[in-house]
Design a protein around this ligand. Structure first.
Ligand code: HEC
Length: 480
């Protein structure tokens, strides 16, 4: 039966011949386990698609039901916990694998001729993966999801000229609501996947067409490899033109292994990854938080870990400088990545022989790793508690606006983080003389929406009436 149908397909589509040519074609010598990182990323993306489809069957993208539907998936649906856990953990692993893959490609200079566009497609794939992370974060509609999106939307608002427009585009309103959720859901399950399939298809097609990148081997290098040397050790010298490169590449395939031998390695890595995500699901579970509560202004959100480095940068740029970390640095970083293969075009592959690229990559990587570490270990602000201040911390007439403001200050528990005249908490700046630092307008704005003035703000938002806000502002403005 089966051999018959293979012949049937062969007769019509040359299926067997094509498959054999694909699997048995030779690949260059020196292809290592590191070359599995790309296929590992692809494998995890396929897992995301499959688990995502099953999650979509039960998920309801509405603020009233999203949280419950996710709880239902986790608690009631057969294998729901496993499927959601895999989706969650493999989402993080995709980022890890994609970045490692990028580092592998960088360290072997595989972005060079003739694979410049493969690299560019890869950069866009990385961006897409981050987009999936950002849009997927909101979907469980828990506290973390909701407030991280509030912060994210405030951040895009800071972009020059198009900021307000971007904010509307993301949030679909003054604050996250039903439309925001549908929008994120559509992005996460329809728009982004469309781009992902296209871009990944192009990326993989280019790899298949051009062959796996390998160090181009000339005769002495091949001798070195045969003698057990690492291919980086004598750095394929001697190639000075595209013709020479092609000749060396073809030559390197002469006594290389078959493609399926490499596929076998890919399969081993894929299996290990599958075991890893299942292990993480059962070992660490799925972090769950309370249902999103837009009224709970005390919640301090944190982004997904792979956005920590962007988030941490915000600290260094107060006020209007915020466009530097939110717009300028990401844009420049993207541009640098896209331009890399067109700028670094020399015929040297060894990292030491392209010092500028290596130095810049090492520096950026160090900064990103450092900021990620800082983000991961940043302390959470203390939960505010009501703390009473001594009756007179400043002189004011009773029942004047500022006296009223002092009451509001006490009622709201501002003193658990701020101190005035030496009384109060340490989590926030001392406000004893804040009236001389800030004018009433900026005080008002800060209290109304700390994250709007300073997206990294750890200060909660308060739902207070305009009168209370006026009084509070008057009080703080009087502290000089
Ligand atoms: C959970 C801790 C916390 C609570 C509670 C809190 N704040 Fe803050 N506040 C901060 C922190 C931290 C900052 C410093 C920058 C930032 O993270 O926003 C800050 C900054 C400020 C600033 C700007 C100070 C400056 O030097 O520019 C003002 C004004 C302010 N808070 C007023 C208030 C008022 C009024 C309340 C009560 C309604 C309050 N805060 C409650 C943590 C808190």
């Amino acid at each position: 039966m089966l051999p018959g149908s293979i012949e049937w397909l062969e007769d019509r589509y040359e299926a067997k011949t094509l498959a054999r040519r694909f699997l048995e074609r030779r690949i260059p010598k020196g292809i290592s386990w590191f070359h599995c990182l790309g296929s590992a990323t692809l494998f995890l993306l396929v897992i995301q698609v499959i688990t995502g489809i099953f999650l979509a069957i039960y998920y309801v993208p509405s603020p009233e039901q999203a949280y419950d539907s996710v709880q239902y998936i986790t608690g009631q649906v057969p294998f729901g916990f496993l499927v959601r856990g895999i989706h969650r953990w493999s989402a993080s692993l995709v980022v890890v694998m994609a970045v490692l893959h990028m580092l592998r490609v960088f360290s072997m200079a595989a972005y060079k001729y003739p694979r410049e566009l493969t690299w560019v497609a890869g950069v866009f794939l990385l961006l897409l993966v981050m987009g999936f992370g950002f849009t997927g974060y909101l979907l469980p509609y828990d506290q973390k999801a909701y407030w991280a999106t509030v912060v994210g939307a405030h951040l895009v608002e800071k972009a020059p000229y198009i900021g307000p427009f971007l904010n509307r585009l993301v949030e679909a309103g003054p604050e996250p609501g039903p439309l925001t959720l549908s929008r994120f859901y559509a992005l996460h399950t329809l728009f982004l996947p469309l781009f992902l399939y296209t871009m990944a298809g192009i990326h993989v097609a280019m790899v298949i067409k051009q062959g796996i990148s390998a160090p181009p081997l000339d005769a002495p290098v091949r001798a070195g490899l045969a003698a057990g040397q690492h291919f980086l050790s004598n750095a394929f010298r001697g190639i000075r033109s595209r013709e020479e490169y092609r000749r060396a590449y073809e030559a390197s395939k002469k006594d290389g292994p078959n493609f399926y031998e490499h596929l076998l390695k890919d399969a081993v890595v894929a299996l290990l990854l599958l075991i890893l995500v299942i292990g993480l699901t059962f070992y660490l579970g799925i972090p769950t938080e309370e249902r999103a509560n837009p009224a709970d202004v005390n919640y301090v959100p944190r982004p997904e870990w792979y956005f920590y480095f962007l988030f941490e940068m915000l600290w260094f740029f107060p006020g209007d400088w915020i466009v530097i970390p939110t717009v300028l640095i990401p844009a420049l970083g993207m541009m640098a990545l896209v331009m890399l293969p067109f700028v670094d075009r020399g015929w040297s592959w060894h990292p030491i022989r392209r010092p500028l690229a290596t130095a810049m990559a090492t520096m950026s990587l160090t900064v990103v790793l450092f900021l990620t570490y800082k983000g991961a270990t940043a302390p959470l602000p203390p939960a505010p508690t009501t703390l009473s201040l001594p009756p007179v911390v400043f002189q004011a007439e009773a029942s004047s606006p500022s006296e009223l403001g002092r009451k509001v200050y006490q009622q709201q528990g501002c003193g658990s983080c701020h101190s005035i005249g030496g009384v109060g908490g340490q989590a926030g700046p001392d406000l004893s003389r804040v009236g001389s630092r800030r004018d009433p307008d900026s005080l008002r704005a800060y209290i109304r929406g700390p994250q709007a003035s300073n997206p990294k703000s750890m200060m909660p938002r308060y739902n207070i009436s305009d009168e209370e806000l006026d009084a509070l502002t008057a009080y703080l403005a009087s502290l000089r």
